[in-house]
Design a protein around this ligand. Structure first.
Ligand code: BT5
Length: 258
C-alpha cells in the first residue's frame, strides 16, 4: 500500500492526516488509544489486522495485501443518541465511493453492512467515548474486501461474503478507493455538522436494500419478524409486526426473508 497516493487525492479534513501501519491488532483499537491526541478527521490505516473487530466481539477477517482496513477519528458535536448516524454516514460514503470506482451496485444493509447482491462486501464498526450524553470521540472503522479471492475466505463465509474482485473479475487500486471514501466521508460529515441530517437519511434510504423487505431481526435473544418499514431520525429500524404493531430497534442482526 502507498499512503502517498492517497494523501495526494485528499480534498477535505477527513484523511488530511493518515497514520499508516503494515500490521496492527485493530485499527479501531489503535485509533481509540490515540484519539484524544489527534485532530478531527485523522485516519488510522493498515494493510492487515491481527485482531480485526466486528460488532459484539466478533472477528473481522483481515489478510494482508488485498483489502481496506481503516478507522476515522471524529470529534463531532453530537449526542450519544446520534451515534448511529455516524455509521450511516460511513455506509453512504462507502457505497458512493465503491459505486464510482467499481461500477458495482453496492447497497447498504441495516445497520452496518455494505452488500452486493446480498453478499457482504464490507462492514462498519462505530465506537464512541461518551461523557454526559455527548460524544467526545468517535472511531468509525471500515473494512472492505477489495482484491480478495474467493478461496481466501473460510468455509463459513463462502456463501455470505464477497469482494470487489470476485464481483467484477478485476483488480482495483486500494489507494484510489480509500481516497474516494475519505473524500465522501468529508462531504457527508460536513452535512451532518451543518445539522442537515435529513439529507444524509434521505441518501441512506435511497441506497439501502433493507427497507420494504420482510426480515427477521435478532436483538440479543429476541427475534422479531416483520416488514422493515422505515428508519427514524436516530437511525433506528422500525419493524412492522404481523399484528400491526411496530418495534423500534437500535442494533441487531437482520436476515432478509424475501
Ligand atoms: C462488522 O461487524 O461488519 C464490522 C466490521 C468492521 C471492520 C473494520 S476493519 C477496520 C476497523 N478496525 C477493526 O478492528 N474493525 C473495523 P459485524 O456486523 O459484527 O460482522 C462480523 C461478521 O462478518 C463476522 O462474524 C463474520 O461472520 C463476517 N466477516 C468477518 N470478516 C469478514 C470479511 N472480511 N468479509 C465479509 N464478512 C466477514
Amino acid at each position: 500500500m502507498h499512503p502517498a497516493d492517497i494523501r495526494e487525492r485528499i480534498k477535505g479534513s477527513v484523511g488530511k492526516e493518515i497514520l499508516y501501519f503494515e500490521k496492527v491488532g485493530s485499527t479501531n483499537a489503535l485509533a481509540m488509544d490515540i484519539a484524544e491526541k489527534v485532530t478531527d478527521g485523522t485516519v488510522v490505516l493498515a494493510d492487515s489486522q491481527e485482531k480485526g473487530k466486528g460488532r459484539l466481539g466478533r472477528i473481522w477477517l483481515s489478510p494482508p495485501g488485498v483489502n481496506v482496513y481503516l478507522s476515522v477519528i471524529l470529534k463531532p458535536a453530537l449526542t450519544s443518541r446520534d451515534a448511529a448516524l455516524l455509521t450511516f454516514m460511513a455506509a453512504v460514503a462507502g457505497a458512493h465511493a465503491l459505486r464510482r470506482t467499481s461500477g458495482l451496485e453496492v447497497r447498504i444493509k441495516w445497520p452496518n453492512d455494505l452488500v452486493v447482491s446480498e453478499r457482504k462486501l464490507g462492514g462498519i464498526l462505530t465506537e464512541t467515548k461518551i461523557e454526559r450524553q455527548r460524544i467526545l470521540v468517535a472511531v468509525i472503522g471500515i473494512g472492505l474486501n477489495v482484491n480478495m479471492d474467493i478461496d481466501a475466505f473460510p468455509e463459513d463465509l463462502l456463501h455470505t461474503a464477497t469482494s470487489v474482485k470476485i464481483e467484477t473479475g478485476r483488480i482495483f487500486s486500494r489507494e484510489m478507493i480509500i481516497a474516494e471514501i475519505l473524500n465522501e466521508m468529508d462531504r457527508w460529515y460536513t452535512e451532518l455538522k451543518g445539522k442537515k441530517r435529513e439529507i444524509l437519511l434521505h441518501e441512506w434510504q435511497r441506497l439501502t436494500s433493507t427497507l420494504g423487505r420482510h426480515v427477521t431481526a435478532l436483538v440479543g435473544k429476541e427475534a422479531y419478524t416483520g416488514l422493515a418499514d422505515s428508519v427514524d431520525d436516530e437511525g433506528r429500524l422500525i419493524i412492522r409486526l404481523p399484528s400491526g404493531r411496530t418495534r423500534k430497534i437500535s442494533s441487531g442482526d437482520i436476515t432478509i426473508l424475501r
